[in-house]
Design a protein around this ligand. Structure first.
Ligand code: C5P
Length: 227
């Protein structure tokens, strides 16, 4: 069976400050969304990428991604990330047995990580997320955020990245069961069904480009790759 990927990119991306939507900001002169789609496609493991665009920008996003015309479909997104993923999922047929969901903001995701996620789902893990160990010491604080109430055991915590990979039928079921919530994470919807979610090793370069600092880091990583 085939493998499809969903890229929800219909948000406004306020966190990088005023200006263009986050997914349209550039790294090395190439829009973040184009990088993200490029890493999915260059993995060689994805037959179809469905991008959820802001409803008013579907044509513009289609134009931006024209280099990937043969594999990319652009659909209008919804009011929340979850709705955008659901709408993109509606555009993916049953011939795609595996579906990945990938943040547009994880622009520099190594194609090998995409392949590792596809492999894990193909091996029978119906929901798979890339994770990294947590580097910082994690403290719990009181509701006011003023005082430390404890130190959390870091050894059983992981930071979660994308692409997250799913057997299509499970992702459809998870979205149908969670119609009115707004989770930021598709694996979380699978957990709500009580179904297992497996992990594979993530990659530092799959970081999310969210702040101006991240953009600076991304420029440096991209410049290093170009050498
Ligand atoms: O705004 P936030 O950073 O939580 O958005 C996470 C991701 O979900 C972004 O890639 C954003 O474009 C996407 N999103 C979407 N549809 C929305 C809201 C957010 O596709 N209505």
């Amino acid at each position: 069976g085939g493998t499809a990927a969903i890229v929800p990119a219909a948000g406004r991306g306020e966190r990088l400050g005023p200006g263009e939507p986050k997914a349209l900001r550039s790294i090395g002169g190439i829009p973040i969304l184009v990088h993200a789609v490029g890493s999915l496609v260059s993995s060689g493991r994805i037959d179809l990428v469905v991008v959820a665009a802001p409803p008013g920008s579907v044509d513009g996003v289609r134009e931006l991604l024209r280099a990937f015309d043969s594999v990319v479909r652009v659909v209008p997104g919804g009011g929340t990330r979850q709705q955008s993923v659901s709408l993109a999922l509606d555009a993916i047929g049953e011939e795609h047995e595996i579906v990945l969901v990938h943040d547009a903001a994880r622009a520099l995701t190594p194609p090998a990580l995409v392949g590792a996620i596809v492999d894990a789902v193909a091996c029978g893990h119906d929901a798979v997320v890339p994770v990294l160990p947590v580097a910082d010491t994690i403290k719990a604080v009181d509701p006011a955020g003023a005082n430390v109430t404890g130190t959390v055991d870091r050894s059983t915590l992981r930071a979660v990245q994308t692409p997250q990979g799913f057997r299509r039928s499970l992702l459809v079921k998870a979205h149908a069961a969670a119609a009115s919530t707004d989770t930021t994470d598709d694996a979380g919807l699978v957990e709500r069904l009580g179904m297992p979610v497996s992990v594979v090793a993530g990659h530092a370069e799959a970081f999310k480009v969210t702040t101006p600092f991240d953009l600076l880091l991304a420029e440096a990583v991209w410049a290093e790759r170009r050498k």
